[in-house]
Design a binder for this molecule. Structure first.
Ligand code: UFG
Length: 336
């Protein structure tokens, strides 16, 4: 039987790649997105698209009435750590409020399965690296706190309403669909790999490197990068796990390997085939020195391990997208 999946925030970066993965697997896919951050053009044409805000109960009622949804995948949230520190209520309103509204509509319409987009930001500064799922949860920003609250809401709703959830804590998502058909297009862009490639393309004067005095091998922060198509596949596997009767659980999604900012810069220069102008500036508030996932649990329970393990390949797929579409989705319609 074909399953129907409702993707909240399916026009965003990770959401749109997951939609492409699910369409490729032959699922019925429905996307709901308010297009505040997402791009209509990023949504695979075989997915049904409804524009609206998940906090709008009338919109959500109409969605669940129109489609017989087997599983929800929830990406609809703000994700800028710095912005969340200066405007925390914006994050509580959209992230926590949006999740409350989505869970409420699910409960009302008897939809029991939800895969949730969480973050390594729930851990804060880790006590041990690699970080296991059972590590201390000590978010350092309203963004991370909102993701932790969203996880807790799901756990309580699972108990009360018979729902089941999988929470996926991503480390650093990167890359783009092979061939560069769709990719990452944030405004403002805050992430390392796109910012390095923007500097390579001359879209910005230089990559700013935030701090070279961290207690790491070269003084710059260490992160665990995972390809967005691997994340997309993990969501498909998590949805299938729930629809097969799997119990609620939480999984890290990372490669298990760490790279410093300087190592990413070097790899990006090799991929772009040119020097990337850069300068060292002060630390960015709230950046932990080192975040690397312990990633065995997702493998054991979901059969998921990353397929793209070379950082050069990850960056090369991002480069194909950015170099091919320097204006992102502006004026661009992918030819699927
Ligand atoms: N960095 C730079 N220059 C930039 C951008 C980033 O030096 O222009 C550095 C950061 O200081 C950090 C590393 O590159 O050390 C990675 O930064 P990103 O912004 O790419 O990613 P983060 O690790 O800050 O954030 C990611 C997710 C968040 C999530 C967080 C968990 O994007 O959603 O991991 O800690 F909250």
């Amino acid at each position: 039987m074909k399953h129907t999946l409702l993707i909240l925030g399916g026009a965003g970066y990770i959401g749109s790649h997951t939609v492409a993965e699910l369409v490729g697997r032959g699922c019925e896919v429905v996307v709901a997105d308010n297009l505040e951050k997402g791009h209509r053009a990023a949504v695979h044409p075989k997915a049904a698209f409804r524009e609206g805000d998940i906090r709008d109960a009338t919109f959500m009622d109409a969605l669940f009435s129109e489609f017989g949804v087997d599983c929800v995948i929830h990406f609809a949230a703000y994700s800028l750590v710095g912005e969340s520190v200066s405007d925390p209520l914006k994050y509580y309103d959209n992230n926590v409020g949006g999740t409350r509204a989505a869970l409420s509509a699910m409960a009302k319409h008897g939809v029991r399965n939800i895969v949730f987009s969480s973050s390594a930001a729930v851990y804060g500064e880790p006590e041990e690296v690699p970080i296991p799922e059972g590590a201390r949860l000590h978010p350092q920003s309203p963004y991370g706190a909102s993701k932790l609250t969203m996880e807790q809401m799901m756990a309580w709703c699972a108990r009360a309403y018979g729902m089941r959830y999988v929470s996926l804590r991503y480390f650093n998502a990167c890359g783009a669909l092979p061939g560069g058909l769709i990719g990452e297009d944030h405004a403002p862009e805050t992430h390392l790999i796109p910012n390095a490639l923007y500097a390579a393309l001359g879209k910005s004067p230089a990559l700013e490197i935030y701090g070279d005095d961290y207690p790491t091998k070269d003084g710059t922060c260490v992160r665990d990068y995972i390809h967005v198509c691997d994340l997309a596949r993990a969501h498909a596997l998590a949805a299938q796990y729930l629809m097969d009767g799997g119990q609620s659980d939480i999984f890290n999604l990372g490669s298990g390997e760490g790279f410093t900012v300087k190592e990413i810069l070097l790899a990006a220069q090799e991929v772009a085939g040119r020097p990337i102008p850069h300068k060292f500036v002060g630390r960015r508030a709230g950046d932990p020195a080192k975040l690397v996932a312990s990633n065995g649990k997702a493998d054991r329970a979901l059969g998921f391990s990353p397929g793209i393990t070379s950082i050069r390949d990850m960056i090369a797929s991002a480069w194909a997208w950015h170099a091919g579409h320097p204006a992102g989705f502006a004026g661009y319609m992918p030819d699927w």
